[in-house]
Structures are given as structure tokens and as C-alpha cells.
Design a protein around this ligand. Structure first.
Ligand code: HGY
Ligand code: MN
Ligand code: MN
Length: 416
């Protein structure tokens, strides 16, 4: 296999233009995106991605979870393909790069190889995984989880959104339920480019994050039942205030995470208060506590202390409390050979780089269970993500896609 030339680079302007073009679909209200999974905007983004892939000579596969697979043939049709991708769905008030950079960075590899008439032994497949964000339909990385054999398709189809709409029905409604059985595709390897979504790379002034591990996640949905009553006329000692119990539990979540500093984190981003009226003591709250750490034992400890602490708080206040595990995955160690190809690529092209643990979950975390996988990260401004102000520089995007390309074509065995 010819040595990879350090001058082999993607077309940065073309990548950036494609990011800006995709960002026009499902615009947010403050410069970001609202292209939530299985919405009409998601369908529009998928159609644009398919159009671009087919214009680049790829054939598009679609499985029964709506996962998209754009294939560029290799010289050996028997060789297992190298997959590269991420997700096109966004948060309700998300950024333009979270996920999208990994999908369009993968497509840019195809375009560059076409420009230079470069052949590889293994086919290359660019992937868009359905519902990575897990906002409209919990848990996150739902479709890559079905592909990785973690969730059954039936369970995934039965997930409902806040309006009671089933995942399976919405997938059919937007016209993106394929016929292909999920998970039958075998991979030689999987690579994912993603923005860091944290402050480390920018603070360390590094172009590239070589992702060695992904921290694990636990989502516990907690329901507290108190008693609706008047905020004005109910004496303090007679109140059964579910909102107050939640506040005390969330204070405890902060203390539990800080007790495992510096890596462990904990918070609640989803909170429903009922009836959510200004002059009601809330008789019911439902909220999801998100706990994460690179160490499984720490996640288990935090989860156990969350439940025991919440139970004591509610017992002391005379309230009912129940728990449901609605998401979770163990910490991930990525494939050393794939990780090395990323590190070698950064060195070959003179990009500054450092090892990093992914703070966020990604589709690669599940795919790593069925194929050798690894991730490339680029910095983001102020480490901000899951915010419409999410921002990256074009240079960071280009560096990430350059390194992704070298890792992919090295693994796909470049021929010319
Ligand atoms: O939750 C996560 O870490 C990812 O953004 N879905
Ligand atoms: Mn993402
Ligand atoms: Mn995200």
C-alpha cells in the first residue's frame, strides 16, 4: 500500500460550504439548528445528504431504523467496508456542527478521493445514524444502539415523544424507514469525527483530540408525587411540595458528582412540573438525572446514592418517589489500532494533538461493540455545545476532516 502523502488534504472550502448549506435546514432561533429526529426538517436534511452522496457516485442503503449508508465501492467487493459518519439530527436549540461535521466530513472524504481518482481496496461507507441526540426520543444513540444489538427494534419503535407519537410511526411518516434489517452490515472499522463539546482542546491549544475512551452515562427518570395546593393559602407545614423535593435532590446530585471530581458530572436537563401554574404547589414533577464518568464503578456509586438520597428526601417530606432507568451505557475503550491511525495521521500532517476522553456519548460508543472503532475530535469555541451559539473555526473543521480521511483510507488500504 503506497505511503500516505502528508499533502493529501480534503477541500476545506467545499466542506465548509456543505456545513453552511445543511445548516439552512431546520434553522434555530439564534443562529443554530432545530432539526430534531423524525421531523420534516430531519427528512429534508436526509434528502439533501442523499442527493449529495448520489452526486458523488455513492449508492444509498437505508435500514429499518432509518440509518443511512452511502457506499463508495472498493477494488475488492468482498472486503468489509470502512464506515465513517455520525448524525444529522440536532437538539431543539442545537448547534450547526454537533454530529453534522462527522457526516459531512465523511462525505468530503468521498469527494476528495473522487477528485484525485484514488482507489481503496475496501469500500467506504458514509453513515447517518438516526436519533443520536435522544431528546425527542430517549435514549440517545437509539438507532446505533439497535444496530449494535443493545436495544431491540420493537422497543425502539415503541418509544414515544412528549406528544405521544411513536418512533416507528414517525419514521414511516417522514418516509425514511428502509427495508434493510438493522445490524446485518459487517464493518472492517468505524470512524467518527465530532466536535469536542468541551473546553479541553481549545484550552490546550490542540487541533486534534485522539479519543481513546468515551465516558459512560446513566439516565434515571424520577417521578415525585406530592399534592397540588394553593401557594398562598396553604400553610408551610401542610405542603406536599414535589418541586421542593426535586430541588433538594438536584442539590444532592451536584454534591455526589463533586465527590468524584475531577471527571464525574451530574445534572438534570429534562424537568416537567405539573400543573406548572404560578399559584400551584406542584403535586407532581418528572425529571431525568444525567450522571457520567469514565469509570463504571463511579457511575454505579452515583446512581445508588442518587436513589437512596432521593428516597430519604421524599420519605422525610411524606412524598412518593419512583425511578426508571431510561438510558445508559458503560464507559468505552476505543480500538487501539484505529486510535493509532488517527494519532499517526495527525503527526503525519503536523497537526497538534492530544489523547482525550469523550465527555459526550456518540454513535461510535455503540458501534465499538460490533466493529473496531475510534473517534477524531476538533475543538469548539469556549467548549460550548448543545447551545445555538456552538461554534468552530474552519481550520479546526478542516484539520479534523484531514485526519479522519487519512485514518479512513489507511484502514481502507489505499491502492493508488
Ligand atoms: O448525550 C450525549 O452525550 C449526546 O450528545 N447524545
Ligand atoms: Mn453529537
Ligand atoms: Mn449532541
Amino acid at each position: 500500500m503506497p505511503a500516505l502523502n502528508s499533502n493529501l488534504r480534503i477541500n476545506g472550502d467545499r466542506l465548509w460550504d456543505s456545513l453552511m448549506e445543511m445548516a439552512k435546514i431546520g434553522p434555530g432561533i439564534a443562529g443554530g439548528n432545530n432539526r430534531q429526529t423524525l421531523t420534516d426538517e430531519d427528512a429534508e436534511g436526509r434528502a439533501l445528504f442523499q442527493k449529495w452522496c448520489e452526486a458523488s457516485g455513492c449508492t444509498m442503503g437505508l435500514d429499518q431504523m432509518g440509518n443511512m449508508f452511502a457506499t463508495r465501492p472498493g477494488s475488492d467487493p468482498e472486503a468489509l467496508p470502512v464506515y465513517v459518519g455520525s448524525h444529522l439530527d440536532t437538539q431543539p436549540t442545537g448547534g450547526k456542527y454537533d454530529g453534522i461535521l462527522g457526516v459531512l466530513g465523511g462525505l468530503e472524504i468521498i469527494k476528495t478521493l473522487n477528485d484525485l481518482n484514488i482507489k481503496t481496496k475496501h469500500p467506504i461507507v458514509v453513515t447517518n445514524w438516526t436519533n443520536e441526540e435522544g431528546t425527542r426520543y430517549a435514549p440517545p444513540m437509539l438507532a446505533s444502539g439497535v444496530f449494535g444489538g443493545v436495544h431491540t427494534q420493537e422497543w425502539a419503535y415503541d418509544r414515544v415523544d412528549a406528544d405521544g407519537k411513536r418512533f416507528g410511526d414517525e419514521l414511516v411518516r417522514i418516509g425514511w424507514r428502509g427495508d434493510e434489517k438493522v445490524g446485518e452490515r459487517k464493518m472492517h472499522a468505524f470512524f467518527e469525527l465530532h466536535i469536542e463539546q468541551g473546553p479541553i482542546l481549545e484550552a490546550e491549544n490542540k487541533d486534534i483530540g485522539v479519543v481513546t475512551h468515551g465516558q459512560g452515562l446513566s439516565w434515571t427518570e424520577i417521578t415525585i408525587i406530592g399534592k397540588d395546593s394553593h401557594t398562598g393559602s396553604t400553610p408551610m407545614h401542610m405542603r406536599k411540595n414535589a418541586g421542593l423535593a426535586m430541588a433538594r435532590i438536584l442539590e444532592n446530585v451536584d454534591e455526589i458528582a463533586l465527590s468524584h471530581a475531577p471527571h464525574a458530572v451530574g445534572a438534570a436537563g429534562h424537568i416537567d412540573v405539573y400543573p406548572n401554574s404560578r399559584n400551584f404547589i406542584p403535586g407532581k414533577v418528572i425529571f431525568t438525572v444525567d450522571l457520567r464518568s469514565p469509570e463504571l464503578a463511579v457511575i454505579d456509586d452515583m446512581e445508588q446514592r442518587l436513589r437512596s438520597g432521593a428516597k430519604k428526601i421524599c420519605d422525610d417530606m411524606g412524598l412518593e418517589v419512583s425511578f426508571e432507568k431510561v438510558g445508559g451505557f458503560d464507559p468505552v475503550t476505543f480500538n487501539e489500532k484505529c486510535v493509532s491511525s488517527i494519532r499517526n495521521a495527525a503527526e503525519r500532517m503536523g497537526y497538534s494533538h492530544m489523547n482525550i476522553i469523550s465527555g459526550a456519548g456518540h454513535d461510535a460508543c455503540w458501534i465499538n461493540g460490533v466493529a473496531p472503532s475510534a473517534m477524531v475530535m476538533c475543538p469548539c469555541v469556549d467548549g460550548l455545545s448543545h447551545n445555538e451559539a456552538e461554534d468552530i473555526s474552519k481550520e479546526w473543521a478542516v484539520a479534523g476532516a484531514d485526519v479522519l480521511m487519512h485514518a479512513v483510507i489507511e484502514t481502507a488500504e489505499i491502492l493508488t
